[in-house]
Design a protein around this ligand. Structure first.
Ligand code: NAD
Length: 482
């Protein structure tokens, strides 16, 4: 395999060995900032997947029998290596995915913190002793569920795979994870940190392949006991159905279409600045990205002017270039989706205030885009944009804005801006979302759970809840003197 531009040769990691897979089948890896092919990702054969399944089964036996203190020490050593290598991991991630280097390296550093949090939390995965009659002991224990099959997308090339890996391993499970074929080298470098920290062979296995083939095979296998997926709603529903067929629990972190409600008593300038900053992070390719801006009519002029100003100030360029605030979209599919959503909104009468098209240069660059007057039937108000598009919609009545916010099948993130405690409580009660941020648009934190309601999925990642999906509860009642 050829190495391009300092980009590493990509390998799978199965049973403690870096490998290329049985047939030598590969897919190209494209740098979205240049459209150049920068490498090739090996695609697993069925035999490779069976090898990974044998490894993950054996890995579970070994890891489960490893004392928790030893497991924690290995995971902390892996976190130290991620921190040490964050700059290099970030550089590789930016080459594959496009986001600015500051975002990539920041993601790698936060990833190490998430791993430390989960590893420490695993030491507190207590069961309980229930008072019962003399001569009996009634206990509830929490045990690792078993080998996990996980599937992750391309938008957070370090943080995405690490959420699954760190939760599974902290809970005492082994894991076989399919990384994204579009950002494989970052996943490989993340896995290398665990391997170099002394993780026993088979506990963590990384594969790539044809997504549908890999997921069908790993989910159907009796070896895997739990399925974890992050990605789009349609694929999530497919994998949840496949898991259901074999009675396997699953964790589904799916898409969203996050409303931002700016109430009449909010500061429109502050709200616009904070919302715009979050909107254009990772070029809008974040499942919790604010994506429908419902603004009280009395503030809409000021809010819109500030939002447009913020959008026009965003420096768009190659992620590796100094000063870049927004990189290209990660792939051509997103570029086409942006063009389609903007064309549809404009055809239905929306007004384009800034942006609206790809940049005139190689790479999948799309200008930060703001639209007003977007009619309710526009695709943009129904389909998750997953890109740098901001539709601003005025409202006159908060109850109507809440109804519009809740009208979609999604329920992941929501945002509200208000200075009134009573209005904040109303938003907290009534917004149908798993994650609500008031007066800010900050991202997820490892101390607290993230996850969706409705079509956005089920289960939680982050916080003490993160280990729940990877642990099973066992009741043991013991008659001491039979
Ligand atoms: P997609 O639906 O084709 O794929 C989403 C992810 O699922 C990709 O990583 C893909 O490799 C994987 N995938 C697809 N089919 C699969 C299968 N049968 N088994 C296992 N994995 C499979 O969409 P895409 O073009 O890659 O991304 C666009 C959409 O995906 C976005 O509009 C957004 O809704 C969603 N998305 C969500 C997240 C998230 O964090 N929730 C992340 C990335 C993409």
């Amino acid at each position: 395999m050829t190495t391009y531009h300092g980009y590493p040769d990509v390998r799978m990691y199965i049973a403690g060995e870096w490998c290329q897979g049985g047939t030598g089948r590969t897919a190209p890896i494209v740098n979205p900032a240049t459209e150049d092919v920068i490498g090739e990702v090996p695609l697993a054969t069925t035999a490779d997947l069976d090898h990974a399944l044998t490894a993950v089964e054996e890995g579970f036996r070994v890891w489960r029998a490893t004392p928790v203190a030893r497991r924690t020490a290995i995971l902390h050593a892996a976190a130290d290596l991620i921190t040490e290598r964050a700059a290099e991991i970030g550089r590789i991630s930016t080459q594959e995915q496009g986001k600015p280097l500051t975002e990539s390296t920041g993601e790698a550093r936060r990833t190490a913190e998430t791993l430390r949090w989960h590893a420490d939390d695993a030491r507190r995965a207590y069961g309980r002793i229930i008072p019962s009659g003399p001569g009996t002991m009634l206990t509830v224990r929490r045990e690792p569920i078993g080998p996990v099959a996980a599937f992750v997308p391309w938008n957070f090339p370090v943080g995405g795979p690490n959420r699954k890996i760190s939760s599974a391993l902290s809970a005492g499970c082994s894991i076989v994870i399919k990384g994204s074929e579009e950002t494989p080298a970052t996943a490989m470098e993340l896995v290398r940190c665990y391997a170099d920290a002394g993780l026993p062979a088979g506990v963590l296995n990384l594969v790539f392949g044809e997504p549908a083939e890999v997921s069908a095979h790993l989910i159907a296998s009796p070896v895997t006991r739990m399925v974890a997926f992050t990605g789009s709603v349609p694929v999530g529903k497919l994998l949840a159905a496949e898991s259901g067929k074999v009675m396997k629990p699953s964790l589904m972190e799916l898409g969203g279409h996050a409303p931002v409600i700016v109430c009449a008593d909010a500061d429109p300038v502050q709200a616009a600045r904070k919302a715009a900053q979050a909107k254009f992070a990772n070029a809008g390719q974040v499942c919790t990205s604010p994506s429908r801006f419902l603004v009280d009519e009395s503030l809409v002029e000021e809010f819109t002017a500030e939002f447009v100003k913020a959008a026009e100030e965003v420096v768009v360029g190659e992620g590796l270039a100094e000063g870049t605030r927004m990189g290209p979209l990660a792939n051509e599919r997103r570029l086409k989706a942006m063009e389609r959503l903007v064309a549809d909104a404009v055809a239905r009468g929306a007004e384009l205030l800034t942006g609206g098209s790809r940049l005139d240069r190689p790479g999948y660059f799309f200008a930060p885009t703001v639209l007003t007057g977007v009619p309710e039937d526009a695709e943009l108000l129904h389909e998750e944009p997953f890109g740098p598009l901001a539709p601003i919609v005025p409202f006159t009545d908060l109850d109507e804005a809440l109804a519009q916010a809740n009208s979609l099948p999604y329920g992941l993130a929501a945002y509200g801006f208000t200075r009134s405690a009573a209005t904040a409580e109303k938003l907290s009660d009534e917004l149908e979302a798993g994650i609500l941020s008031l007066n800010h648009c900050g991202g997820s934190v490892h101390e607290a759970p993230s996850g969706g309601v409705k079509d956005s999925g089920y289960g939680r990642e982050g916080g003490p809840e993160a280990l729940d999906a990877y642990l099973v509860t066992k009741r043991v009642s013991h008659l001491l003197a039979p």
